[in-house]
Every structure is written in structure tokens, then in C-alpha cells.
Design a protein around this ligand. Structure first.
Ligand code: MG
Length: 224
């Protein structure tokens, strides 16, 4: 019982700071994406492709969440965008307080898009609201078609599902249609993309969706 109450307190506290972050992002007109997946699904490569496609037109900031190392921040920094690494030191997810602490690293007045790459994990990050406008879950076809039914919460809360590494489908036993059927069964409004970030496939619709969401956010900021 005490354990449950403690968890509820932690989540309430996290949500409170998450909404404060969200208010700040709304005032600044920044669209914020919380990118989640298990380790190795391709979050960082998707981020690199996204930056390549959008950086000439928009100012992008990135927050990298990892238990340890700054490998991903170094990869992202090479693309010339502002990036901050958070090391959770063991925690399996980012929380809203960690995000608030690093926001001073960004010029939010000039930022159009802030992408938060969460710690690689399909379970814990889903429970922690960071102040984002949308959660996107990346699932690579190499992880297996059963993941939406095994880890339903993250698919229920996500706005977008990026099914990655589809160029590998001919070589593995994985049903793309089952992933889509199960994921949209859990969350009928899920927007689904099929990509290969290494082969640069399917990224145009992803880019168009992000641009649409950024424009909606800017418009909402002008007409509160
Ligand atoms: Mg990564």
C-alpha cells in the first residue's frame, strides 16, 4: 500500500512539473516531441535523418537521455544543432524535473522543434509526462511483431508510431500488418509511419507530419 502511494506521489509531482514545462513551451511556441523506444530501435538515427530534413528551415534543439555516456549527444551535435545530454545514472526514464533543469541551455524564443530522446526502454518512459506535445514510439521490425500487445501502455499514449528498419523485412520473420493491426487496435488514432532510417525510406511523410504539428503549435501560441 505504502509503495503504491509513494509511486502515486512521484507521478503527481512529475506531472506538476511536466505541466509547468508544457506552459513554457506553449508561450514560446515550441513543438516538443518525446521520442521513445527500446534500445537499438533507431531513435538516434531517426533523429539524425529528421535534423537533416528540417534544419535548413527550422531551429531544432535536442535533449538526449541515456543512463550513461554522451555518445548520442556527440552524434547529434555533429549536425550543428543545440544538444544537451542528460545522464540518468541508472534511472530507466527521464522525468520532467530533469527536463526543466536543462531548458536554460536552449534559446526557446528561437526554437521551433525540441526533440527529447528518452532512455531506451519500452516500459518506464511512457509513465512520465515531460511537458511534451506528442510522444512518438519507434519500433524496429527486428524486435518482433508481438511488442504492441506486450507493452500496450506506450502504444496507447503515443501519438505516432514509427516502424523502423522496414528494409530488413525480406530477411526476417515479422508481420508488418500485424504490428499495425495490434498497435492501432490499442490506439485507433495512432499515426503510423514505415521507415528505414539507414536506407532513407519513408521519411517524407514523417517530415510532413512534424511540420504540420509545428505549424499547429505556432498558430495556437498566436491565438491563445
Ligand atoms: Mg539513442
Amino acid at each position: 500500500m505504502e509503495q503504491i502511494e509513494l509511486q502515486r506521489d512521484i507521478l503527481d509531482h512529475n506531472n506538476r512539473i511536466g505541466y509547468e514545462n508544457s506552459d513554457l513551451f506553449a508561450r514560446k511556441g515550441v513543438f516538443v516531441l518525446n521520442l521513445m523506444s527500446s534500445p537499438g530501435a533507431g531513435k538516434t538515427t531517426l533523429l539524425e535523418r529528421t535534423i537533416e530534413l528540417l534544419k535548413d528551415k527550422y531551429t531544432i534543439g535536442v535533449i538526449e537521455g541515456d543512463i550513461a555516456t554522451s555518445f548520442d549527444a556527440e552524434r547529434i551535435g555533429a549536425h550543428g544543432v543545440t544538444v544537451t545530454q542528460i545522464n540518468t545514472g541508472g534511472a530507466c526514464h527521464l522525468d520532467s524535473g530533469m527536463i526543466r533543469k536543462v531548458l536554460a541551455d536552449f534559446d526557446l524564443d528561437r526554437t521551433d522543434l525540441l526533440i527529447i530522446e528518452n532512455v531506451g526502454n519500452l516500459v518506464c518512459p511512457a509513465e512520465f509526462f515531460l511537458g511534451e506535445d506528442a510522444k512518438a514510439v519507434v519500433l524496429s521490425v527486428t524486435e518482433g511483431e508481438d511488442k504492441p500487445l506486450k507493452y500496450p501502455l506506450i502504444f496507447r499514449l503515443a501519438t505516432a508510431l514509427v516502424i523502423n528498419k522496414v528494409d530488413l523485412l525480406p530477411y526476417i520473420d515479422c508481420s508488418l500488418s500485424r504490428i499495425i493491426r495490434d498497435a492501432t487496435g490499442i490506439n485507433p488514432s495512432l499515426v503510423v509511419f514505415e521507415t528505414s532510417c539507414t536506407a532513407r525510406q519513408g521519411l517524407d511523410t514523417w517530415k510532413a507530419w512534424l511540420e504540420g504539428e509545428m505549424h499547429k503549435k505556432k498558430k495556437a501560441g498566436r491565438n491563445p
